[in-house]
Design a protein around this ligand. Structure first.
Ligand code: URA
Length: 249
């Protein structure tokens, strides 16, 4: 593990265990660092806890659009009421051929202002989390279920999610990621079409969509900022996702 990764782990409050005997500076083998994740070994658990019900979305309007067409469709979208309150849409950012796709809930105030997902405090923590598993922010693709900010950061409504998801689905289709990391209860429950609590959705590899893309659920970085004790579980989830991406050909 590089010094930079160790620094980010320290910033995340995640202890890196070291051998005391003989060489106090020698880190434990990678296997030991992964210990926490082996209990959650990345099995492609077929079963979701609730069937992927139809979201009641009409024929998806962005079907077949290329990146530029899709970006324009999102930019000009007025399909739900959220367009009235936005400064701008927040399309998504990153590599269009990324191995790893991160999906959050919806833009917050800072994202609405800058037009980019996860740029506030939660975004800074997300960057640190990614660095800890060896990814630069620029290497992954980051998007949200909703492309517009809900007023006062309220939870997205199911109708807004249903209206906006076809854009996300087209992004996923174009990217074809090896793995998806769903951050937070809202994104996880929506993508998996379940109301199972996030504590039970994480810890097992799920699948998304007809392509069966491996999907790992973890806590939202905003939650981790408030609840640092959850960071060790988040680290386990990150290790699972890192292992999936590095194993898939
Ligand atoms: N929270 C999210 O879920 N997405 C963002 O882009 C910012 C905060």
């Amino acid at each position: 593990m590089s010094a930079l990764q160790q620094r980010y782990l320290a910033e995340m409050g995640i202890p890196v265990w070291r051998l005391r005997a003989n060489d106090p500076a020698r880190p434990l083998p990678v296997e030991a660092e992964r210990e926490a994740s082996t209990g959650n070994e990345a099995k492609l658990a077929a079963a979701q806890e609730a069937p992927a019900a139809s979201r009641g979305v009409e024929a998806a309007p962005p079907d077949g659009l290329d990146w530029e067409q899709l970006a324009l469709a999102v930019r000009d979208c007025t399909r739900c009421g959220l367009h009235r309150g936005r400064t701008q849409t927040v399309f998504g950012v990153g590599r269009r051929d990324a191995d790893l796709m991160i999906i959050g809930e919806a833009p917050g105030a800072e994202e609405d202002r800058q037009g980019e997902p996860f740029v506030g405090r939660a975004g800074q923590l997300l960057n640190a989390m990614l660095t800890a598993i060896g990814f630069a922010r620029e290497e992954v693709y980051i998007a949200n279920i909703l492309k517009c900010r809900p007023p006062n950061n309220r939870d997205p409504q199911p109708s807004e999610q249903a209206t906006c998801t076809p854009y996300l689905d087209r992004q996923i289709e174009l990217i074809e990621p090896k793995a998806i990391l769903a951050l937070g209860r809202i994104a996880a429950q929506w993508l998996l079409q379940t109301d199972v609590p996030i504590g039970r959705l994480r810890g097992q590899v799920r699948q998304y969509g007809a392509a069966g893309i491996p999907l790992v659920v973890s806590y939202h970085p905003a939650y981790l900022l408030r609840s640092p004790l959850a960071k060790s579980k988040s680290w386990q989830d990150l290790c699972v996702v890192r292992d999936i991406v590095s194993q898939v050909e």
